[in-house]
Design a protein around this ligand. Structure first.
Ligand code: GDP
Length: 901
């Protein structure tokens, strides 16, 4: 109620204003005119006054109805479409009621009565219900309430169900609380008993099962402890099992055993069916399982009708099982003609947890063989090979003097390459010089005192692996020491290797033409390394030479010949050839190209050659000058075609007559290699595990490396691994011989690796992919540059460096002979620009085969400075005549570039 004028009020209650003014005055209120307002309080006073005045007698006096009317306008659309404004009047009614206590009391009484009646009724219902259902139970307290609630529940239920719900009812009688004793109670008791019984059974079952599981687990744990004790030299009992892994392993073990049992059953069934049905067992396990499953049904029938169906005795075959020094579990199983799982199971019984691909030692293997009822035959791993070598030896005839095999070693930049070049140029017939194209890795020169064979290990790099290998095939080491530089780290290393291999050393003191040459200092330093020169009373011959001027070269060759004579090097040209792999690479068109140094016997085209773990017939053979030859005797390096894959440099080579033997030995070697790899892998895993424990991850430079030949690959790999420090690791995650392919790029990308090519290039698809993925491919032809770059990448600082950029590539389309230049090549420029005056390389199958410069560059008849992509040109390469169609000519430039790997 708000303040209102009398006029308003009169309007609201629907009385004349004068009348209301009168009443206002009567009520003792001060307001005089219709416009005077009455406060809420005054309005109440007025109402009370009126009530008093009229009392109950006046019909509607007890009520004052205040009408609240509001008027407003609203716009509505008329039928004609024009909006029409109408007045809206809203009236609200508000009624004041005079409180009538009597009536209230009467009403309250009536309500109470009805409530009481309801209650009574309910109680009665309950009572009658309770009576209906025999057991009537009494309740002590809250009888009414309880009864009400119960009755309500009861009522509800009654609608749908029978009176059985009465069982729930609880009633007051004698103060005792009794559960209704109804029929279902009997069932419940039974049920309870049954439940208890069941629970007990379940518990027992659980105990039994857990015990079995525990036992199985215990067995496996025991096996694991035993195995662990082997590696830790700790007593198996004291080894504590730390984490969940053994538990899991235990479960696996259990599963294994179960599957064995299943297998056993199936094998038995399957075995019988084989006889009765004349059907072969499928090699495939699934097939076999299905088969035995199917047959199981039939088998039952058969056994019912035919008593002997399952009893046909099969005599067990006893095998002589040859076991080498180690054997792979899978292979062992195969030799006994049993399933691998059988062998694993047997090994498990013996406390060995091994997998199919793991190797076990001879002793363990022979135990397994005996256990399985076969005869173990212990053989040496190299038995067959030894036999073959022996045979070859016996077939050899009279021994004659053979040429010495010489390896040149020394510190980088001391002039090894220059010296070799000098010797070759001086001694190889001029006509042949241009033909030296292949990276054969060895060549022989004829001197007045006879032939000398030089091993030219790839890159001439002073790398451990290569040097040690070189030393093995080498009779004499020529140690190159620059007269102006003296004994350097790699000089010292070379000395160590020669000593280790027991190879005599001849020192070639190079760069004698230099003014800064200081021979005495060099001799001093050599003596400090126990390489004592003859003139100082020692036994080491020293030749002072200059690769540049040619000074002393003949002396050096003389010294080599004298040393060779002293050594009385002998071999027989008769019998099966035996030798060593110097180098091997895979050539796109020709397959594996293998350089071999024949050490004994004679190698012929058509011979069956066993080299490392590959064997094949010699399809073609050429000498170091690329000249086809039919045979090669001792100390002669050759290049052969015909092996299915590239063997490793340093692998032994032997010609065999018997292909079966060749395969046997190749397989044996392959197995040995695989074994070694597996061992290495598991050792590495272990090492990783050990080193990663409690340590932060060491940053690693990942590398994908492709090289021209196996030798440089091995050398680079070793060198790269040697770079690793405690802070930074180097990992060659992918490597191989030959062009960089798409998969190399993918590998580099996915492993965040640096992609390096040594004397190889990326093929077209690889290049496209690299461009697409923004992968930087680095090309190198100097080992040390590659190593230095990686080193820098590791240390994180990459100083600006001279680096080469490829300016253009042209492909040879045809080769013709020009009287002026010899071989000239008609080319198409594929990329960039071919410059006449920049250094070039010749690539064959994306492998660098020559480096040098152009003799000439022409467009038609005209001599030009450069030719752009898409144009044809004719060119000749200085000092190289063996150019072939599809070779690529790459023109490059050396620039100073800020490096980043
Ligand atoms: P390598 O790394 O041992 O193969 O050494 P190189 O044969 O590549 O020679 C390294 C550097 O020494 C080259 O720049 C050669 O030109 C230079 N060199 C080699 N032999 C001589 C020499 O007898 N006299 C002079 N002055 N320099 C030489």
């Amino acid at each position: 109620m708000t303040d209102k004028s009398i006029k308003e009020l009169a309007e609201n209650v629907g009385r004349p204003v004068e009348k209301l003014l009168e009443q206002v005055r009567d009520a003792g209120l001060p307001q005089k005119t219709a416009d005077d307002t009455l406060t809420t309080e005054q309005q109440n006073t007025l109402v009370n006054h009126l009530k008093k005045v009229h009392g109950q007698n006046e019909g509607n006096a007890g009520k004052i109805t205040l009408k609240r009317k509001t008027t407003s306008t609203a716009k509505v659309a008329s039928t004609s479409g024009k909006p029409k404004t109408i007045n809206v009047e809203v009236r609200k009614k508000h009624t004041f009621t005079k409180p009538d206590t009597k009536q209230l009391a009467a009403e309250a009484a009536a309500k109470a009565r009805t409530d009481a009646d309801k209650l009574k009724e309910m109680v009665n219902t309950v009572k009658s219900d309770a009576k209906d259902s025999k057991p009537v139970v009494e309740n002590k307290a809250n009888a009414t309430l309880e009864a009400m609630r119960a009755a309500q529940a009861q009522k509800k239920e009654q609608v749908t169900t029978s009176s059985s719900t009465a069982a729930v009812v609880v009633k007051k009688r004698n103060g005792a609380i009794v559960r209704p004793n109804t029929k279902p109670t009997v069932n419940a008791a039974e049920k309870k008993a049954r439940q208890e019984q069941e629970a007990q059974l379940r518990a027992t079952e659980e105990v039994v099962r857990r015990k079995a599981a525990e036992e199985a687990q215990q067995r496996t744990l025991e096996q694991m402890r035993k195995m662990a004790s082997k590696y830790t030299n700790e007593d198996s009992k004291t080894i504590r099992v730390v984490d969940d892994a053994p538990i899991a392993a235990g479960l696996v073990g259990q599963a294994y055993e179960e599957s064995f049992k299943k297998e056993d059953r199936e094998i038995k069934r399957g075995g019988n069916t084989k006889d009765t049905r004349g059907q072969k067992k499928g090699r495939n396990g699934q097939e076999e399982q299905n088969f035995s499953k199917n047959h199981h049904k039939r088998g039952l029938k058969t056994s019912a009708s035919n008593k002997h169906g399952f009893e046909k005795p099969v005599k067990k075959q006893v095998y002589d099982v040859e076991i080498g020094e180690t054997i792979i579990v899978g292979d062992l199983a195969q030799k006994m003609a049993v399933k691998v799982r059988e062998v694993i199971k047997m090994l498990m019984k013996m406390g060995e947890l091994v997998s199919e691909n793991q190797a076990i030692d001879q002793e363990t293997a022979s135990l397994v063989v005996e256990e399985m009822g076969h005869n173990p035959v212990l053989v040496s791993d190299t038995q067959t090979e030894d036999n073959l070598l022996e045979q070859a030896e016996q077939a050899r005839g009279e021994l004659t003097t053979r040429p010495p095999v010489v390896t040149i070693m020394g510190h980088v930049d001391h002039g090894k390459t220059s010296l070799l070049d000098r010797i070759r140029r001086a001694k190889v017939a001029a006509g042949e010089a241009g033909g030296i194209t292949q990276h054969i890795g060895a060549y022989h020169v004829e001197t007045e005192k006879g032939i000398i064979t030089f091993l030219d290990t790839p890159g001439h790099a002073a790398f451990t692996s290569m040097r040690s290998r070189g030393a093995k095939a080498t009779d004499i080491v020529v140690l190159v020491v620059a007269a102006d530089d003296g004994v350097m780290p790699q000089t010292a290393e070379a000395i160590d290797h020669a000593r280790a291999a027991g190879t005599p050393i001849i020192v070639a003191m190079n760069k004698m033409d230099k003014e800064s040459a200081d021979p005495d200092r060099v001799l001093n330093e050599l003596t400090a390394k126990q390489v004592v020169p003859e003139q100082w009373g020692g036994d080491v011959a020293v030749a002072k030479v200059s690769a540049h001027t040619g000074e002393g070269i003949d002396d050096l060759l003389d010294l080599i010949s004298i040393q060779a004579e002293l050594m009385e090097l002998q071999a027989s040209a008769k019998g099966a050839a035996q030798g060593v792999v110097i180098e091997a690479r895979v050539d796109k068109g020709r397959g594996a190209v293998t350089s071999i140094l024949v050490q004994n016997g004679t190698l012929n085209v058509g011979d069956l050659v066993l080299a490392g773990s590959s064997y094949g017939r010699v399809r073609a053979m050429s000498d170091e000058n690329g000249v086809r030859i039919k045979s090669a005797g001792p100390s002669i390096p050759v290049e052969i075609l015909g092996l299915p894959e590239a063997p490793m440099a340093g692998d032994e080579v032997l010609v065999v007559n018997d292909e079966k033997k060749a395969r046997e030995v190749a397989d044996a070697r392959m197995t040995r290699e695989r074994q070694k790899r597996l061992e290495r892998a598991s050792a590495m895993r272990l090492e990783n595990l050990m080193s990663s424990m409690g340590k932060k991850e060491v940053p690693t430079v990942n590398i994908v490396l492709k090289t021209d030949v196996r030798g440089s690959l091995e050398a680079l790999q070793t060198a790269l691994y040697d770079l690793a420090t405690d802070e930074v690791k180097v990992r060659v995650i992918g490597s191989g011989v030959g062009a960089i392919t798409e998969s190399d790029v993918t590998l580099a990308e996915s492993s965040d690796a640096v992609l390096l090519g040594f004397n190889v290039r990326a093929d077209t698809t690889a290049r496209q992919k690299a461009d697409q993925d923004d992968i930087d491919i680095r090309y190198y032809s100097v080992i040390y540059q590659l190593i230095d770059d990686v080193k820098d990448a590791m240390s994180g600082k990459l100083a600006p460096e001279h680096r080469e950029t490829i300016l253009g590539v042209a492909q040879v389309r045809e080769v013709f002979h020009s009287s002026k230049f010899g071989a000239a090549a008609g080319c198409m420029v594929m990329e960039g620009v071919i410059h006449r005056n920049k250094p070039i390389r010749i690539l064959r199958d994306d492998v660098v085969i020559f480096q040098g410069e152009l003799e000439s560059l022409r467009r038609y008849k005209e001599v030009v400075e450069d030719v752009r992509a898409g144009m044809e040109c004719g060119l000749a390469v200085k000092g190289y005549k063996d150019i072939k169609a599809l070779d690529k000519i790459e023109v490059y430039d050396v620039q100073i570039i800020k490096r980043s790997l």
